[in-house]
Design a binder for this molecule. Structure first.
Ligand code: IDC
Length: 339
């Protein structure tokens, strides 16, 4: 339930009074841009829909791991992402292992709060990505996920622009194990934010089982997550993932609400040569079915899948295309240009 308007105004004034001493209060969300246009998203049938029930496709970028490349996610870089790239959505990729959340839960939670505010101030949607990777069983991090998503949803429950991605890439576990994890995390979110869209990772690194026996779609259909406003995720890397993967996705978009929360035009290492022709085949399919997508990644890591050349973030020069790698130029065009 949204808080009463009077209470919100009172709280906003109280926060402004406290924050006022330290600096200017954050600007009100803009009245133009993707969130102003589409409002609170819902899942209607297999589509992501805007507040009026019209199918919508969001396109945007994922951060790299916040423990490594937070220096690339700041007011200047996000201004470029929102205004020049015209991105609809920012995926906030918070690793759990590898020096991420588990090393400093309060610090990483604070970072994610801050990035949600920055996306909101620019009229963009924000995907909060619980970036579990290894170990591949999401239940390994269940207690942390419940704490984290409770805190995120409690703070941002009245915003229309937050999506919750509860498991980046499960692996080595059967779908029923992922579904049982989702059953235990989703109620925690819904208790705070009843209408937030939740994105659920799928078998074999969110490949819908394409990297396994290929039966992932069938297993979800037989045993779906028992909650509304839920979508399933698919990740692909175009230079590694061929027809078999593409056909898995084609099958899925006809049967399930899908969201591509991560893809690259290169190999699954996030590096190596780009296959733009194959990547375009994927994007054509996604455009045809209005499936939303997010590209990996908005950083200046040395790998070919990081959009900026090394040193860009230290220089703070994000505008234009001079500092973009090949993949960066390509993806910027595809975010900017409506399908
Ligand atoms: C990669 C990063 C790389 C990092 C590695 C460690 O690009 O710098 O060392 O993670 O985990 C995924 C994952 C994503 C990967 C990406 C590229 O979700 O974390 O990032 N990828 O390998 N799944 C398939 C590819």
């Amino acid at each position: 339930m949204p808080r009463s308007r009077t209470l919100s105004i009172f709280l906003a004034a109280a926060v402004a009074a406290v924050v006022g001493a330290a600096g200017p209060a954050p600007a009100a969300p803009p009245d133009a841009g993707p969130v102003a246009r589409h409002g609170q998203l819902t899942v209607c049938g297999q589509q992501l829909c805007d507040a009026s029930g019209t199918p919508v496709q969001l396109r945007g970028m994922s951060t790299h791991g916040l423990q490594w490349y937070a220096q690339c996610v700041n007011d200047a870089s996000l201004d470029v992402l929102a205004d020049e790239w015209r991105a609809d959505v920012l995926r906030i990729s918070m690793y759990v292992q590898e020096g991420g959340y588990e090393t400093d839960p309060a610090g990483f939670t604070a970072k994610v709060h801050d990035y949600i505010e920055k996306a909101t101030a620019r009229g963009m949607y924000a995907i909060v990505d619980w970036h579990m990777l290894s170990p591949g069983d999401p239940n390994h991090n269940l207690a942390g996920a419940r704490t984290f998503f409770h805190q995120i949803a409690e703070r941002h429950r009245d915003k229309p622009n937050v999506l919750y991605e509860i498991a980046n890439e499960p692996s080595g576990v059967h779908w029923s194990t992922i579904r049982s994890y989702a059953d235990q995390v989703i109620p925690v979110i819904r208790a705070q934010d009843p209408d937030g869209v939740v994105l659920v990772g799928t078998e074999d690194w969110s490949s819908l089982g394409a990297s396994g026996d290929g039966e992932g779609v069938a297993r979800i259909l037989a045993d779906p997550v028992r909650a509304g406003n839920v979508m399933y995720t698919f990740h692909f890397y175009a230079a590694s993932h061929d027809e078999w993967y593409l056909n898995t996705l084609r099958d899925a978009v006809a049967k399930l609400p899908m969201f591509v929360t991560e893809f690259g035009t290169q190999e699954y290492t996030g590096d190596g040569p780009n296959d733009f022709a194959r990547a375009q085949q994927y994007l054509d399919l996604l455009a045809e079915h209005k499936v939303s997508w997010v590209n990996w990644n908005y950083s200046d890591d040395m790998r070919s899948g990081a959009v900026f050349t090394e040193g860009t973030c230290a220089a703070g020069a994000y505008s234009g295309t001079d500092r973009l790698k090949e993949a960066g130029v390509w993806i910027r065009d595809r975010i900017r240009t409506p399908a």
